[in-house]
Design a protein around this ligand. Structure first.
Ligand code: NAD
Length: 319
């Protein structure tokens, strides 16, 4: 492995959704040429809008000049075909949380990139060892797990699978530091560090809701305003996306051999079944203004206060 992930390296990002768009903005701001690929044209268009909104916020706050924002956008290529990522030194995947689909994507990717290209997954919970298992060169596969919103939160878990080369881990950690992030190296075990520890935060809030301990907004306010968390657990699940959060919980539950501590919630499954995925669809536990793109720091300023869908009982699965 001789790739050096310098500022001049081209970076590929696959998946233009919640996470992919944020990672693109971070990489552009650090000076890279970025190739963003998604199978859906609409996702590419929306992803580019989200990247522009993030860069605009940085201009507003004085972190970038208008000229630097324009230079960033000029370095962004929307790639309809995977083959356009062929010259990238690092590709970060941020697609649906599903092992088979990620494996298929990385196999296809391995056929188009160079042999020294580092392949990274932003997976929240899936084994990096398992994703790498179908690769010809599994030593180049690593977890690069950003947190939502990626433009704001500094933590990046750099996850080492059984086959991952130590040099790859070191290079990705160095790059994350260059990007202004705080990398933490860890081993590929279910949920890594944060998503393992965070499961009860979500799970107990959902169980409490089902037990009618308090309404949605009260549970959130108790944890946020009195508990000192940045967001309450239910509004945080709305931000993450219930499809993603539910898939991550299922993945960790299965990976721990159905340990009841990580049991997925039927209430959350019902939200997913209804398509009430949270902010990205305009409705989850709360309703959202479709035009708002809050980034977590100016949450109150950037976004009208969410309207509570209901106190309890108006969403699918409620008793
Ligand atoms: P998302 O649903 O917002 O976006 C996923 C995007 O991937 C969509 O635009 C979709 O069209 C695209 N896609 C799906 N299959 C594809 C394929 N085969 N090739 C190319 N594009 C494809 O998802 P997200 O919330 O951004 O999550 C992406 C990944 O990041 C998941 O692995 C998730 O676990 C992880 N993650 C999510 C969060 C979060 O808070 N949402 C935080 C950290 C990590």
């Amino acid at each position: 492995m001789s790739t050096v992930l310098s500022k001049t390296a081209s970076i590929g990002i696959i998946g233009a959704g919640t996470m992919g768009a944020g990672i693109v903005a971070v990489a552009l701001r650090a000076g890279h040429a970025v190739y963003l690929h998604d199978t859906r044209q609409q996702a590419l268009t929306q992803g580019a809008e989200s990247v522009t909104a993030s860069l605009d916020r940085w201009v507003k706050r004085g972190h970038l000049t208008a000229r630097q924002r324009d230079e960033c956008l000029a370095r962004l290529t929307l790639a309809a075909e995977l083959s356009e990522l062929s010259a990238c030194a690092l590709v970060v995947e941020a697609i649906i949380e599903n092992l088979e689909i990620k494996q298929q994507l990385f196999s296809a990717l391995e056929a188009v990139v160079g042999e020294h290209t580092i392949l990274a997954s932003n997976t929240s919970s899936i084994s990096i060892t398992a994703i790498a298992a179908t690769l010809q060169r599994p030593q180049r596969m690593v977890g690069m797990h950003f947190f939502n919103p990626a433009t704001v939160l500094p933590l990046v878990e750099v996850v080492k699978g059984e086959a991952t080369c130590a040099t790859v881990v070191a290079q990705v950690s160095e790059l994350a530091t260059l990007w202004g992030k705080c990398p933490v190296e860890c081993k590929s075990t279910p949920g890594f560090i944060v998503n393992r520890v965070a499961r009860p935060f979500y799970g107990e809030a959902l169980l409490g809701l089902e037990d009618q301990v308090a309404p949605v907004a009260v549970i959130d306010a108790a944890l946020r305003d009195a508990g000192g968390f940045r967001m309450g657990p239910l509004e945080l699940m709305d931000l993450i996306g219930h499809d993603t959060n539910f898939a991550v919980t299922r993945s960790i539950y299965d990976a721990f051999f159905q340990d009841p501590r990580y049991r997925p919630s039927l209430t959350q499954k019902a939200l997913v079944d209804a398509g009430w995925l949270g902010r990205k669809t305009g409705r989850g536990f709360y309703r959202y203004d479709p035009g708002s793109t809050p980034d977590g720091i100016t949450y109150e300023a950037a976004c009208p206060q969410p309207t509570l869908v209901q106190q309890f009982g108006d969403f699918p699965g409620a008793q």
